[in-house]
Design a protein around this ligand. Structure first.
Ligand code: NAD
Length: 361
């Protein structure tokens, strides 16, 4: 079967890791009809946006995309193209597995966590009021009138919004994932002791949804305690479901537990579309150097193969990557004991090694 997939190389190191990933995906024998679409910092000058409309149009056709990272220009009033993509396609669930593979340098063994991050609201919704603006003054007055709290006029404000509908669908997603993948437990992570209304709503909704899944254990943890627990005893946890910001932070923490961002994959899933991408960013300082690790994007490709129903190819690709890790010969600098290790190889050599392993599976 031929799978139509939108391929977005992105910018920074994105094009190199995308090319490496495209090569290993094709080496599984699965047939792809790639629709290559450009997004990223280089599109700004041409189109005045890092995310041209044709990218979204293509994903609406193919329903599936594999995406390299895209840089968010700092402090120039640009919103993140990554956040925009997730919002415009309503990719409400961000799935970020964190799994230890034998041979990865990590302080832990046997970690197999699934982070399910809400992707559309919370402090990421972009409701912000800049210091010194009339809008901020109006907000400060409204807050004083409605709460009696007088904020300092040199403040800036970001609004955290959590809805029942978005909480319900993300918690349901976590439980459905747990059920379909033979997982035993879902943990909801929050800070409802302080944010009683927003996180309180998330937690109350999670408790309600949990009642529909008596076959799966449910518990909750306050986010600060969760951070400590994940460092001390990560093996106690299975599927975590979190509002957007905590999900972002905890998924990087979890990437740290398993050997770093170079091996941490991700998927953004909605009811109609899915976009697969590594957790890490565009690492622009290493662009065009054939240096960074393509494995996080390759593992995102494994998730994509599963989504496309290509289970056998997914298992073979995962096995081939894990064999390369165990062998330890064809690894990029980030998986070496020291970043200046002279035996570290480049992005394309990792792809060659994975393809070689695939040819024997
Ligand atoms: P980053 O993930 O690009 O880099 C953080 C650190 O991890 C750096 O030291 C980098 O060298 C290293 N690293 C990242 N990917 C690696 C890989 N594949 N192999 C080896 N080492 C790797 O994070 P940042 O520096 O905070 O962000 C850079 C840009 O990327 C920013 O503009 C940010 O907004 C953007 N970003 C995009 C996405 C996305 O496209 N989904 C996600 C996160 C950040």
């Amino acid at each position: 079967m031929l799978h139509a997939v939108t391929l977005i190389p992105g910018d920074g190191t994105g094009p190199e890791i995308t090319e490496a990933t495209r090569r290993v995906l094709e080496a599984t024998g699965v047939q792809f009809d790639w629709d290559i679409r450009q997004a990223g910092i280089e599109m700004l000058a041409k189109y005045g946006t890092v995310l041209p409309d044709d990218v979204l149009d293509s994903i609406k056709q193919t329903k599936v995309a594999l995406k390299g990272p895209i840089t968010t220009p700092v402090g120039k009033g640009f919103r993140s193209a990554n956040v925009a993509l997730r919002k415009k396609l309503d990719l409400y669930a961000n799935l970020r597995p964190a799994k230890t593979y034998k041979g990865l340098r990590s302080r832990y063994e046997h970690i197999d966590l699934i982070i399910v991050r809400e992707n559309t609201e919370d402090l990421y919704a972009g409701i912000e009021f800049q210091r010194g603006t009339p809008e901020l003054e109006e907000m400060i007055e409204t807050i004083a009138r409605t709460t009696g709290i007088h904020l300092s006029h040199d403040s800036a404000i970001s609004i955290k919004c959590i809805s029942e509908q978005a909480s319900r669908r993300i918690v349901k997603f976590a439980f459905e994932y747990a059920r379909c993948h033979g997982r035993r437990k879902v943990t909801a992570v929050h800070k409802s002791n302080i944010m009683k209304f927003s996180d309180g709503l998330f937690l109350a909704t999670a408790h309600e949804v949990a009642k529909e899944y008596p076959d799966i254990q449910f518990e909750d943890r306050i986010v600060d305690n969760m951070c400590m627990q994940l460092v001390q005893k990560p093996e106690l946890y299975d599927v975590l479901v979190l509002p957007n910001l905590y999900g972002d932070i905890i998924s990087d923490l979890s990437a740290g537990l398993i050997g770093g961002l170079g091996v941490a994959p991700g998927a953004n899933i909605g009811s109609q579309y899915a976009v697969f991408e590594p957790v890490h960013g565009s690492a622009p300082k290493y662009a065009k150097q054939n240096k960074v690790n393509p494995m996080a994007m390759m593992f995102s490709g494994v998730l994509m193969l599963r989504h496309l129903g290509e289970e056998d190819a997914a298992n073979r690709l995962e096995q081939a990557i894990s064999q390369v890790i165990v062998e330890g010969k064809w690894l990029t600098y980030d998986l070496k004991p020291r970043p200046d290790d002279p035996t570290a190889v480049g992005t394309s050599q990792v792809a060659d090694a994975v393809i070689e392993k695939l040819s024997k599976l």
